[in-house]
Design a protein. Structure first.
Length: 652
């Protein structure tokens, strides 16, 4: 086995171009074990590494058909540096008798979004098998790469044309790519002068019923936006039409000297106003370009709105936000002026003990991002870009544009939203610590809060309901949400009158959800009239309240009282919780499923129809309850429902 350290790789790999197609003349790793090198022009990472200890990738390779280990298969290790440099092979080994393999003595990956990024990818390549792609999470503390390979091979062929139907030569077609970068000879090929292409040795993946899994592919060309396609099964012959894009170019300069900046990374971050995103983005999606010696960059974008970001080694820039780019246009951007900015330096600490936290609860180093002038929040991706990670002592440094900046913990829950902004000044360092409250500490703090509440049931219930109202959402403080709910349920029937009063008053769907959850868990039928009065309030659709806790007792409480046919621990949609409470307390179902589904109408007329339907259903429940209430309670105060008259707007 051989392995090359990533810093050596950075020194030998060459930049083909910011969005240039890969050359068909490159030697395939299937045919040769060595790749040609070229004069170095690098996307320079920072000198600091997030960790200095050696890194090891361990994994196994098995037959997709029967999950048996496969011995003697070549496994290739590739590295992708930054966002634009070619993906390069840095290691090779073979699986042992147990189908296992290992790549030791590697520089740890750098899970950041920018110039300093470093990630690995493994492939199984063998003449007797289809090419296998490793499922590999480098965010794990001890990464394990799993490669499923198949003897059943498929072929994807076809033709790439432009919007006018003319063949496109030099386009890369790939079923695997990273940031628009494919691997020559591995799950990719290049179109000829006639626009034709063929990719062999694609794995055919089948489900248990024998059906093929669909295959997704990308088409990459420097003069067109990246285009995706898919086929239902292999073999397949397709025609892919590349849409016209918007050609965006510009310069990156130093704001002080006015001189061009080489190797600056420019990102066109799509806002997805046009069309519908097929999946919620896990990583920030963008088109990337690297500036040349003259500071020039070029990229071709699909028609849409974009944020444009620029960065260089030790330099930042104010982002250009929400810029529309239309197909067929050629746009020269105003110069990106890089500045040194200011630094935010501090530590990630446990809030209660002020002890440093170097690693997240799942193992990898804690990652930090930033929302501010250089990295604006995007509507389709609320997670900030990963800009840096902490060292062994929990310390971090972020470079930012002067002004209000909000540091964020990306891969660890913390008190980010409760902390004030950091005011960054040019050339200055601002000390700022990020605070983390571990789940165990959160549960302890929540129980301490509850222990300090009055002991009298009525006063205690009133304070619990008031504490609930202070929460913006359950996902910010799930332990507190769960402890408050557990205590409210523990009070039992004595809390029901106050919960019913709150249910009558509320107009908010999350409040309605949790009150219905509590009434169902308490199990007192006196809640039925208030639940019936709440039926017309369910016209607005609400989401689930997912409560994720690590405390064993709180998790057991959630498992006991969450709906058994639900998909989450916590509250289901408001209508589900309301009718589930009615069913639990009365053992009746008045065809409520139909009413659960309303709330989607648009326009005043449609909403009025739904409101009347909901009100009629509440009347059905009122009639049933007023005829049967004595079977459930002897308190005449709960014998009547007291729905408003039909002419009243019950949503007000």
């Amino acid at each position: 086995m051989r392995s090359v350290l990533a810093d050596l790789v950075i020194a030998i790999i060459a930049v083909i171009g910011p969005t240039a197609p890969l050359s068909a003349a490159d030697e395939s790793p299937i045919a040769a074990k060595k790749q040609p090198s070229a004069p170095a022009k690098t996307e320079k990472p920072s000198a600091k590494s997030p960790a200095t200890d050696a890194y090891k990738i361990h994994g196994h390779c098995f037959d997709q058909a029967n999950r048996s280990p496969v011995a003697g298969v070549r496994v290739l290790l590739f590295t992708a540096v930054g966002r634009t440099l070619p993906i390069v092979q840095v290691g090779e080994t073979a699986t042992d008798a147990n189908g296992e393999f290992e790549f030791p003595n590697l520089i740890p990956p750098r899970d950041v979004d920018g110039l300093d990024r470093l990630e690995y990818q493994v492939f199984a390549v063998d003449t007797n098998w289809a090419i296998g792609t490793g499922t590999f999470g480098f965010r794990l503390k001890k990464p394990w790469a799993t490669i499923r390979i198949s003897r059943e091979e498929g072929t994807l062929s076809g033709k790439v044309v432009n919007a006018q139907g003319q063949p496109v030569a030099g386009a890369t077609v790939a079923t695997f790519s990273i940031d628009g970068r494919a691997l020559p000879g591995i799950l990719s090929t290049t179109t000829g002068r006639d626009g034709r292409f063929t990719i062999d040795k694609l794995p055919v993946v089948r489900s248990r019923n024998g059906a093929q899994a669909p295959v997704t592919f990308q088409v990459l060309h420097r003069d067109y936006p990246e285009t995706s396609g898919h086929v239902a099964e292999l073999p397949a012959d397709v025609t892919v039409s590349l849409p016209d894009g918007c050609t965006v170019s510009g310069r990156v300069v130093d704001a002080v000297t006015g001189k061009p900046v080489e190797n600056a990374l420019v990102t066109g971050e799509r806002l997805w106003y046009q069309g519908r995103r097929e999946r919620w983005p896990i990583d920030r999606h963008g088109t990337f370009a690297l500036s040349d010696a003259a500071g020039r960059f070029r990229m071709v974008l699909a028609e849409d709105h974009y944020n444009f970001l620029a960065e260089g080694p030790g330099r930042v820039c104010v982002a250009l936000t929400n810029r529309e780019r239309l197909s067929g246009e050629t746009v020269e951007m105003p110069p990106f002026k890089l500045i040194a900015g200011g630094l935010i330096s501090g530590r990630v600490l446990i809030a209660s003990t002020r002890q440093p936290v170097p690693r997240s609860t799942t193992g990898p180093p804690i990652l930090l991002g930033l929302v501010g002038p250089s990295h604006p929040r995007t509507p389709f991706n609320p997670v900030p870009a990963r800009l840096t990670c902490v060292d062994a002592e929990g310390r971090f440094t972020l470079r930012a544009v002067p002004g209000e900046n909000f540091p964020y913990l990306v891969n660890e829950a913390g008190n980010t939203r409760q902390q004030p902004p950091v005011i960054v000044k040019e050339g200055q360092t601002t000390e700022y610590d990020m605070l983390i409250t571990r789940p165990a500490d959160k549960a302890t703090a929540a129980r301490a809060l509850v222990a300090a509440l009055p002991q009298a049931p009525a006063a205690r219930a009133a304070r619990l309901l008031a504490e609930f109202d202070k929460q913006n959402s359950s996902d910010q403080e799930p332990e507190l949400w769960c402890v408050l709910m557990q205590e409210l349920v523990t009070i039992g029937p004595a809390a029901v009158p106050q919960i019913c009063e709150e249910l009558d008053r509320t107009k908010e769907q999350p409040v309605l959800q949790r009150l219905c959850f509590a009434l169902r868990a308490i199990g007192d039928p006196r809640a039925v009239p208030a639940l019936i009065r709440a039926i017309p309030k369910n016209l607005r659709r609400g989401g689930k309240i997912v409560v994720l806790v690590e405390d064993a007792k709180l998790a057991e409480f959630l498992r006991l009282h969450s709906l058994k046919d639900g998909e989450t621990l916590g509250c289901e949609q408001p209508a589900r919780e309301l009718f589930a409470a009615l069913h639990a307390l009365t053992r009746q179902d008045l065809n409520d499923e139909e009413v659960e589904r309303i709330g989607f109408a648009r326009g005043r007329r449609g909403q009025d129809v739904e409101r009347r339907a909901s009100f009629r259903h509440a009347r059905l429940w009122q009639t049933w309850w007023e005829a049967n209430w004595k079977k459930f309670t002897q308190d005449p105060a709960y014998s009547k429902v007291h729905l408003p008259s039909a002419d009243e707007d019950v949503r007000k």
